[in-house]
Design a protein around this ligand. Structure first.
Ligand SMILES: C[S@@+](CC[C@H](N)C(=O)[O-])C[C@H]1O[C@@H](n2cnc3c(N)ncnc32)[C@H](O)[C@@H]1O
Length: 258
């Protein structure tokens, strides 16, 4: 987690004003970045992310910002990271668990070649349909196979067909944190050796490093133990190489090695 000290002494009201402005901005961008300085995060967005963000992704981000659950969306910097990662590994056959309005899905669809595929799973079709017109307008909807419903049974069904084993280049997991371990048990067989699984929210609001008696929102506390368990399991799993990055709410990139 990066921290930046204030370079100059400020009097109380100036400092308060700045804090209020920063809080405003925090809400304005609806971000869940773990960077301690909003100004630094804003710098990253304004310098490297927004100027490069495809128009369709900006449109979807703006639509999503008006939705009451907008905190769930993948941040623009994480979307940019996923896009670059997919291109670096030359991904073609992919999966996404947890779509919401489709920001990371659109980032993926745009990054894949024209014959690329994404099996996208979510229990909520309504939110997916909010973003779908933007995805269609961007000309990438043909890459998406949306499956409405819980992801675990879909994975179990896929595992029944040996053709699916080791067939995925990339999987992005951004859904129910209490099932990540269950997803991992299945995905490790579905992703190819050399393929990548990205688990989102592995720093879980920074709560993973907080003392257990720290006051936390109920849902943060509830999922914290699952995220802690996942992080330990991934770190101890010899079938993968991992890298945990403080992008968004923390993303752990796992490359299958055996
Ligand atoms: C954090 S949001 C996903 C954000 C999305 N990746 C984006 O870029 O906006 C989590 C999503 O997981 C979905 N979800 C929750 N439990 C699920 C399950 N068991 N199977 C599939 N999706 C699930 C929720 O409906 C929600 O849309």
């Amino acid at each position: 987690m990066a921290t930046v000290e204030q370079p100059v002494q400020q009097n109380g009201s100036e400092k308060e004003q700045e804090q209020q402005q920063q809080a405003g901005r925090h809400q304005e961008v609806g971000h869940k970045s773990l960077l301690q300085s909003d100004a630094l995060y804003q710098y990253i967005l304004e310098t490297s992310v927004y100027p490069r963000e495809p128009d369709s992704m900006r449109e979807l981000r703006e639509i999503t910002a008006k939705h009451p659950w907008n905190i769930m969306t993948t941040s623009a910097d994480e979307g940019q990271f996923l896009s670059l990662l997919l291109k670096l590994i030359g991904a073609k056959n992919t999966m996404e668990i947890g779509v919401y309005t489709g920001y990371s899905l659109l980032a993926t669809a745009l990054a894949l070649p024209d014959d690329g595929k994404i099996i996208a799973m979510d229990i909520n079709r309504e939110n997916y349909e909010l973003g779908l017109p933007v995805i269609q307008k961007a000309g990438v909807a043909h890459k998406i196979d949306f499956r409405e419903g819980p992801a675990l049974p879909v994975l179990d069904q896929m595992l029944e067909d040996p053709k699916n084993h080791g067939s995925f280049d990339f999987v992005f997991v951004d859904a129910d944190k209490d099932n990540y371990i269950n997803y991992h048990k299945r995905l490790i067989d579905l992703v190819k050796v050399g393929g990548v699984i990205g688990y989102d929210n592995t720093l879980w609001n920074g709560s993973v490093a907080a003392p257990p008696d720290t006051p936390m929102r109920k849902y943060v506390r509830y999922y914290r133990d699952f995220v802690l368990e996942l992080n330990k399991a991934l770190a101890a799993d010899p079938r993968i190489e991992i890298c945990q990055l403080p992008v968004g709410d923390g993303i752990t990139i796992c490359r299958r090695v055996s």
